[in-house]
Design a protein around this ligand. Structure first.
Ligand SMILES: NCc1[nH]cc(CCC(=O)O)c1CC(=O)O
Length: 310
């Protein structure tokens, strides 16, 4: 007899379901007798497929419905891609654990070309991420960037239909869904700095649910968490998320030192501000704030204000 049932609220895209199943498997392995079930739901971010996310406004387009399910008790935890999770949580909810990070890079995906450098002038590259777009345009102003949204499977289908010469996606999503053979190459973080939290899965729960928090604890990965904390602190200071031209990436340069790199750019690639710093992992939060402050001193605010007003 199961001693307890735990319900996971999840979006229904293939990637979201993979992540929820991953958490279900890890929880059931850690706690024999625990029965975990999935509660699938559709988010606004999944419905609004024909508009850039920067325009539909509001952060948390992918998490709001899941949070409602937590607050009304129909689910116990919500599983998220950390890069889609807003910086602040609603009253009564909190981030419980962050799981071990998958490959954090962006991937170059094409049926005809091997790398960004291999693309001829005028080639059409699909992405709707302002972060990817600004870095791409800065490096290759001769390419055409074309709008591309939809879940990972939809985006691959659009590439295969010939609408694009190449597309850029997170490596993590492709790897998780078994599409590693579609990755022509992962783009070095120097050339496409990832979004904060990219490749990491996080679990949200009710703040007062100590019992569920205890169940989640074995899934926590401290090294990943320190990196993601630094990245999110930078994003929080800049008031940005996945839908703005902000990128950041933290990595260990040694066991005792975390390095964070961040950038803010104009979507057209005409200007990119960069900053970096390092600190002890225990000071991850302050590291993120320091790198953000450096970017603000360089004029990040003006760039971000233009993007929000557009
Ligand atoms: N914004 C959508 C989204 N959220 C998380 C991932 C990929 C998986 C991850 O970063 O953990 C993706 C797709 C993509 O950017 O290609």
């Amino acid at each position: 007899m199961p001693t307890r049932t735990l319900t996971i609220a999840t979006r229904e895209s293939p990637l979201a379901l993979w992540q929820a199943e991953y958490v279900r498997g890890a929880l059931e392995r850690a706690h024999p007798g625990l029965e975990v079930r999935l509660l699938g739901m559709t988010s606004r971010g999944d419905q609004l497929l024909d508009v850039p996310l920067a325009k539909v406004g509001g952060k948390g387009l992918f998490v709001k419905e899941l949070e409602t399910a937590l607050l009304d008790g129909s689910a116990d935890i919500a599983v998220h891609s950390m890069k889609d999770v807003p910086m602040e949580f609603p009253q009564g909810l909190r981030l419980g654990v962050i799981c071990e990070r998958e490959d954090p890079t962006d991937a170059f995906v094409s049926n005809r070309y091997r790398s960004l450098g291999d693309l001829p002038g005028g080639a059409v590259v699909g992405t709707s991420s302002l972060r990817r777009e600004c870095q791409l345009r800065a490096r290759r102003p001769d390419l055409e960037v074309k709008f591309l949204r939809g879940n990972v499977n939809t985006r691959l289908r659009k590439l295969d239909a010939g609408e694009y010469d190449a597309i850029i996606l997170a490596s993590a999503g492709l790897l998780r869904l078994g599409f590693e053979d579609r990755i022509a190459g992962s783009i070095h973080v120097d050339d496409s700095l990832p979004a904060g939290g990219q490749g990491a899965v996080g679990i949200e729960l009710r703040s007062d649910d100590g019992e569920v928090m205890e169940l989640l604890r074995p899934l926590h990965h401290e090294d990943t968490a320190r990196r993601v904390i630094a990245e999110r602190a930078m994003n929080r200071r800049l008031n940005g998320g996945c839908q703005v031209p902000i990128a950041c990436y933290a990595e260990y340069v040694s066991a005792g030192q975390l390095r964070l790199r961040g950038l803010v750019g104009r979507p057209d690639g005409s200007e990119i501000l960069r900053a970096e710093g390092s600190a002890s992992p225990k000071d991850a939060e302050q590291l993120g704030i320091a790198v953000a402050d450096d970017l603000l001193e360089q004029g990040a605010e003006a760039i971000l204000a233009e993007v929000y007003d557009d």
